[in-house]
Design a protein around this ligand. Structure first.
Ligand code: C5P
Length: 213
């Protein structure tokens, strides 16, 4: 296809983990590196899209031509997504923490007994976006699964109101690794992609998004 197929389109990408503080010096996080999301943001920008990349804490360089907004927590990511709308498409790659704690103002002290930390549900950014009033025309989610990958991803597509789910088999060394095995779940069915470098998954997905927009 043409080089600038996404010219004039605004696309939101979320990427990376979230950090959920439990006190001023500690947090709950996950093993997401942000690599797949950053690669997707870069691939979309190379097709000419205006890309807003909302990223949790990662150690990656911002891809060329991408506007990056750094956040720490899921609630900050939700607010940043809202603030970045409207968009023609959204690709939600972030490994958003499912829970947050009530962060204490002072460092938690070691004592007789370890603290019991109560967890509260985080907003589901993808579901809120897909069901919200400013829904982008194309909403793409990711589903990292270690088993029954297709079944879980198919259920997730309907439950969250996404158009596509990129089902990600993370039973191997995907988290932080260079390659990825994904299946694209749409209303029309499931496409199985071979194991590919994350950059190639990104390039193919960007082309598919350009086809759809
Ligand atoms: O429910 P689960 O975490 O497996 O869903 C994964 C998909 O939903 C990903 O696209 C992820 O970015 C998105 N998500 C989100 N907000 C959450 C949880 C997941 O946007 N709180």
């Amino acid at each position: 296809g043409g080089a600038r197929r996404l010219a004039g389109k605004h696309i939101l990408v979320t990427a990376g983990p979230t950090h959920e503080p439990i006190d001023p010096v500690r947090y709950i996080a996950n093993r997401s590196s942000g690599r797949q999301g950053f690669a997707i943001a870069g691939a979309l920008a190379r097709l000419g899209a205006r890309v807003t990349l909302i990223s949790g804490p990662v150690t990656l360089a911002t891809p060329a031509g991408v506007t990056r907004i750094d956040v720490e927590t899921a609630r900050q990511m939700a607010d940043a997504v809202d603030a970045a709308l409207p968009a023609d498409a959204a690709v939600m790659v972030a490994a958003v923490g499912d829970w947050h704690a009530e962060a204490t103002a002072q460092k938690r002290k070691k004592g007789e007994t370890p603290p019991v930390i109560e967890l509260f549900e985080n907003p589901d950014i993808l579901a809120l976006l897909a069901r919200g009033p400013h829904r982008p025309g194309l909403v793409v989610g990711f589903a990292a699964e270690t088993e029954q990958v297709i079944e879980h991803a198919t259920a997730k597509r309907t439950r969250k109101g996404a158009d596509w789910i990129v089902a990600n088999d993370v039973s191997g060394d995907v988290m932080g690794g260079e390659a990825n095995t994904v299946h694209l779940v749409t209303a029309d069915g499931v496409e199985h992609w071979e194991r590919l470098p994350k950059a190639e998954v990104a390039r193919r997905l960007a082309e598919r998004i350009a086809d759809a927009l």
